[in-house]
Design a binder for this molecule. Sequence first.
Ligand code: DX5
Ligand code: ZN
Length: 220
Amino acid sequence: MFEIAPSILSADFTKLGEEIRAVEKSGAHFLHFDVMDGRFVPNITIGLPVLKSIRRHTGLSIDVHLMIVEPANYALEFVAAGADLVSVHVEADPHLNRTLTAIRAAGAQAGICLNPATSLASLEEALPFADFVNVMTVNPGFGGQKFITSMLDKIRRLKMMVQERDLPVKIEIDGGVEINNIAQVVAAGAEIIVAGSAVFGAENPVKAIAQLIDAGTVWT
Ligand code: DX5
Ligand code: ZN
């Protein structure tokens, strides 16, 4: 089983409400919300005020991906603003266990994100404190980048790590997903699949989500 988490980064922000309603109709469960600060990644996107207004208009689970330095300073504000899931980058936080514990205590699911160049060894000790791990399949910062194929093996190894430890940790993957590679990421063990340009770059986002689900279901 896997689920699509459409990333609004590729949506048309002048009609965000409409775009989100379309996603709701598609049966998607999550909405992926990319926060970038121009420091951890070379791009700036959206933050708390946008999250608060989206929260008032959707029942979807909002999955906030913090691509910011010192994420512990803001993680709880994002929970208070309506995030259901909050993930922080291991590269940005020297006190990961504390941050994950605080996110959970505030009532959200806590996730660890890993850049493509970051080894799985870096999250080993923090894994029991997490509800999910986001394996980045592009270098974070922009939508519409090409999927890094070597991440398939990383997803497989993470799946084994989680199974060996018998932990209820879900695997999310983020970046470059399209019709032609979704079956491979599902087969590798991905359970929450972020898709930005493949959904909102398509003429019909509802149809695009259905096609992604179809293409990924071949392997389940
Ligand atoms: C990239 C973001 C992604 C992005 C994915 O840094 O974290 O969530 O929106 O977009 P696509 O699916 O277009 O690669
Ligand atoms: Zn993301």
